[in-house]
Design a protein around this ligand. Structure first.
Ligand SMILES: Cc1ncc(COP(=O)(O)O)c(C=O)c1O
Length: 432
């Protein structure tokens, strides 16, 4: 019989060498032998189907091995009824917004759980958004890098070109059921703004999108898109003229107009129930990805990674993998350096405080006020982060790493030139 090495088997099976060694130790590759300190694998051996999905076993060298936490019931327990993920989350809002938030909370808990709502959203996702989006094996990029097989969940193929519409259509549908006439939103990169403008057009609602002047200049094509879709873009000139100030301005407008308007929050941030609602509307990403990956490869991925701005695409991707033996990595923006004002690395450099109505990790100035965030990616330059991420970091379930502007730009060109896929500069952080 002809035998091949671990390296050759890894290539043949499309998995990494470490995984092949784990499979060999578990005696799951038929006919394999151990001779002269080397594994020999029959050339015609089949790739074993993954069994890890049935158990909760983690990799032998996983940093998560001694994690004592029941992820099977995680979604039922977190957030708590008052919106907490451990210490993080909650609802810290002025009195004039309390009524508005209560209406949204009860609307979400009742209307959005009804079979009619779920059926309508499902139909929108299939026929309007074009879901499910595929996963794609980056063969060229994987060959170029070696020792790793990279797959992308193609949220860029979701209608509108990003994951943002998953959430915008969900919240806009709720707004319609609540009888609202207008959608109000903040936007950084313009991606969420475009998604809300699309949702407003679809449901026949008015739409005001608040956007910092710096972001408007950086993201001019998205500003034009929002206007083409019939929405108003309202420039915000306060502070750094980016996402933080756009959120402030949009909240102010909502406090005045909440009787007739609905605030569509663009990320897994804000007062309860927004982090919960956004997570639930984005959870489709990971649910689809897990099933598609299993169908394509017969096993779970070793690592799931996503970029973290406010944290909506990442929480959507991570949620369905939390209870699985998969390493999970969130990637945030280190911009041009660790000094204040040069990055958006909230999970790495932030401290606990309340911003925009919720308690989480936030970049801070020396005097304890919220600091300025920067990233080449407008969609990542927010000084706070979703409370669930702060919690998942604290309990050690998700690792948060950072990538600089230059590293993200390099990944952006690498993926574009090797695969013909131009990623968002936000997503490029995860690619890096
Ligand atoms: C393509 C893309 N990815 C990621 C993000 C970051 O947001 P979040 O962390 O909420 O997914 C944005 C934000 O605008 C975006 O446009």
């Amino acid at each position: 019989m002809k035998y091949i090495s671990v390296k050759e088997a890894a290539k043949k099976f499309g998995i990494n060498e470490r995984r092949v060694r784990v499979l060999l130790k578990q005696k799951r590759i038929e006919g394999a032998i151990y001779k002269d300190h080397k594994y020999l694998i029959p050339e015609n051996a089949n790739k074993p189907l993954d069994r890890r999905i049935k158990g909760q076993r983690l990799f032998e060298d996983s940093p998560l091995n001694d994690l004592d936490f029941d992820f099977k019931n995680y979604r039922k327990k977190f957030p708590t009824d008052d919106g907490y993920f451990g210490r993080y989350g909650g609802s810290y809002i002025p009195n004039n917004l309390k009524k508005a938030m209560e209406e949204i909370y009860f609307g979400y808990q009742t209307i959005a759980k009804s079979s009619k709502f779920i059926a309508e959203l499902r139909e929108i996702r299939k026929n309007y958004q074009g879901r499910p989006t595929p996963i794609y094996h980056c063969q060229n990029l994987s060959n170029y890098l070696g020792r790793v097989q990279i797959y992308l969940k193609r949220e860029d193929l979701n209608h509108g070109g990003a994951h943002k519409l998953n959430n915008a259509m969900g919240q806009a549908l709720l707004a319609k059921y609540l009888g609202k006439k207008k959608l109000i939103a903040e936007t950084g990169a313009g991606s969420h703004g475009s998604a809300v403008a699309m949702a407003a057009a679809y449901f026949g609602l008015e739409c005001d999108v608040y956007m910092g002047e710096v972001d408007m200049a950086k993201q001019a094509p998205n500003v034009a898109r929002i206007k083409v879709l019939g929405a108003n873009v309202i420039p915000v000139s306060a502070g750094t003229k980016t996402l933080k100030e756009a959120v402030d301005a949009a909240f102010e407008a909502f406090a005045k107009e909440y009787k007739t308007a609905f605030y569509v929050m663009g990320s897994a941030v804000g007062p309860h129930p927004y982090p919960l609602m956004v997570r639930d509307f984005q959870e489709v990403i990971g649910r689809e990805a897990k099933q598609q990956f299993l169908e394509m490869t017969g096993e779970l991925p070793d690592i799931v990674a996503a970029c973290v701005g406010g944290g909506s695409n990442s929480i959507g991707m991570f949620e369905d993998f939390l209870a699985e033996p998969v390493n999970i990595v969130g990637v945030e923006a280190m911009g041009t350096g660790k000094e204040p004002g040069k990055n958006s690395a909230t999970m790495t450099l932030g401290k606990e405080m309340v911003l925009h109505g919720f308690n989480s990790l936030v970049l801070q100035n020396e005097d304890g006020t919220a600091g300025d965030a920067y990233s080449i990616a407008s969609g990542l330059d927010y000084p706070g982060v979703g409370p669930e991420h702060a919690f998942l970091k604290e309990i050690g379930r998700v690792k948060y790493e950072y990538v600089t502007d230059d590293e993200a730009a390099e990944a952006f060109f690498l993926l574009s030139r090797l695969e013909g896929i131009i990623p968002g500069i936000e997503s490029s952080h995860a690619v890096a």
